[in-house]
Design a protein around this ligand. Structure first.
Ligand code: NAG
Ligand code: NAG
Ligand code: NAG
Ligand code: NAG
Ligand code: NAG
Ligand code: NAG
Length: 417
């Protein structure tokens, strides 16, 4: 099933988030003023730590610790200087929580233990599990785990059309980093980055079964300067997906699989969608995923947007079903109204040094629209071979304009006119 991210639900979440952020705007104004409120005395100065067990949280994995976690956040966020929320080793049943800024100083969340998400769905009220809202200079680090305990909802509704909670949401975060932690078995997306900028995600591990629905690893939308490095991601949906409004995104040293690969799109579904530009995916390994690297736009896109300057290089495919794929005619579940009407321009797309094996004969598939052909497509050093015996490797292109160089002859299907 190569469904897009459940876009309907995604937009619902995003709209909800915008509303949250709108409500917080007056607070942002105040804190930007010349005289920040003095911090409470006991929490002033640098280096304060707020350990949830010191605040009374039980490490038994059963007692709800939302109150202690919220309290730790409020103390750390409410004081000037640099402060740390500590989740020590142990199991903690906490959340959902909203960590809302703006903060007086800079906050680090040190996660060394395991946070467990509750399976009491009404508690989420349609929202996500750990929500970071409007926080600048945020650090999330540690060797701990965010366990979404998703198996419960995957089996209940395998299509997961309804809104299940994402595990970790960064919403309007400026200058953040997430490193070291593991995200496990999310009920929905593991990480969702929205309206954020200058965020580094390094050395995270994201794991869910290959057949778990909508468990995307990292989704990025309406954000810029987001850098994902050194991640290991295996889930039931996209490894990393890059949606509308994304600019200057780099993904390097990521190993994906199982799952649906690294994806730009779906694009063109919503009226307020913005361009995607300047994406580099480099030094990655795709292992037994349904797609390798793909760009996907709706056939009946409702707004003219452009996806441009996307580079995919030094990528190793290991038994990937569709290693290189552009689909400008995307239309799941017959929701589209017109054929070949795509208003999403796809241009300046480079596939360079892509090697390994394809589990289907069509290792390259560039299906662009007649009205809006893809242009500036470069296939350079692309040598992916069908790993089966009963057929031969092939590239299939429609309306894909560009050049091929040092590429397996059978894959060099772009045309230069
Ligand atoms: C988090 O904020 C959202 C939006 O304001 C709200 O619906 C939700 O109830 C809040 N969750 C918690 C745990 O406070
Ligand atoms: C970004 O956040 C980190 C961590 O809080 C901080 O040390 C650094 O100074 C911030 N950078 C900028 C440019 O504000
Ligand atoms: C990656 O994170 C783990 C903790 O989960 C840590 O032990 C390890 O040192 C980190 N590796 C790097 C290269 O930072
Ligand atoms: C293309 O995107 C990369 C980042 O992915 C950037 O470094 C480069 O300057 C961009 N090229 C153009 C022509 O905009
Ligand atoms: C091609 O990519 C592989 C990784 O898949 C890398 O080891 C190799 O150095 C790259 N070759 C060049 C010429 O960059
Ligand atoms: C080879 O693969 C192509 C593309 O998937 C398919 O159309 C064709 O029928 C296959 N041929 C054989 C002999 O299986």
């Amino acid at each position: 099933m190569a469904l897009c991210n459940d876009a309907t639900w995604l937009v619902f979440i995003l709209v909800a988030m915008c509303a949250v952020s709108g409500a917080k705007r007056p607070v942002a104004k105040e804190s930007a003023g010349p005289a920040p409120a003095p911090a409470p005395e006991e929490a002033s100065g640098d280096g304060g730590t707020f350990d949830i067990t010191k605040l009374g949280a039980a490490s038994d994995g059963k007692t709800d610790c939302s109150k202690e976690l919220e309290e730790a956040w409020k103390s750390a966020c409410g004081a000037a200087g640099q402060h740390t929320v500590v989740i020590p080793k142990g199991e903690f049943l906490c959340g959902p929580v909203n960590f809302s800024g703006p903060c007086e100083g800079d906050v680090t969340i040190q996660i060394d233990g395991t946070l467990l998400a509750t399976n009491d769905l009404p508690k989420y009220g349609g929202g996500s599990w750990i929500n970071i809202l409007k926080v600048d200079n945020l650090v999330i680090t540690g060797s701990g785990t965010l366990d979404g305990q998703g198996s419960n909802v995957w089996t209940k509704d395998p299509q997961a059309k309804a809104g299940y909670p994402n595990t970790l949401v960064l919403d309007y975060v400026k200058n953040g980093s997430v490193s070291g932690i593991t995200l496990l078995n999310s009920k929905f997306f593991h990480m969702n980055i929205y309206m954020s900028s200058d965020v580094k995600i390094d050395n995270v591990t994201i794991t869910a079964p290959g057949d778990s629905p909508n468990t995307d690893g990292i989704h990025i939308g309406d954000s810029s300067n987001i850098h994902v490095t050194g991640a290991t991601i295996g889930t039931g949906d996209d490894c990393i997906s890059i949606g509308g409004g994304s600019a200057s995104i780099t993904v390097t040293g990521v190993t994906c699989g199982p799952g649906q690969g690294i994806s730009v799109g779906c694009l063109g579904r919503y009226k307020d969608e913005k361009d995607v530009s300047d994406v580099t995916v480099k030094d990655c390994v795709l292992r037994s995923s349904t797609n390798g690297v793909r760009i996907k736009t709706y056939v009946d896109a409702v707004k003219s947007i452009t996806a441009s300057n996307l580079t995919f290089e030094n990528i190793k495919m290991e038994d990937v079903a569709n290693p290189i794929i552009i689909d400008q005619n995307y239309c799941p579940e017959k929701i589209c109204t017109a054929k070949s009407k795509s208003a999403v321009t796809v241009k300046d797309i480079i596939f360079r040094n892509i090697t390994g094996t394809s589990s289907t004969p069509e290792a390259v598939s560039l299906l662009c629209s007649e009205k809006q052909p893809c242009s500036g497509v470069e296939l350079i050093d692309v040598n992916v071979e069908y790993s089966g015996k009963n057929n031969k490797t092939m590239g299939v292109c429609t309306n894909a304009k560009g050049i091929a160089k040092d590429t397996l002859q059978a894959l060099a299907c772009v045309s230069d006119v």
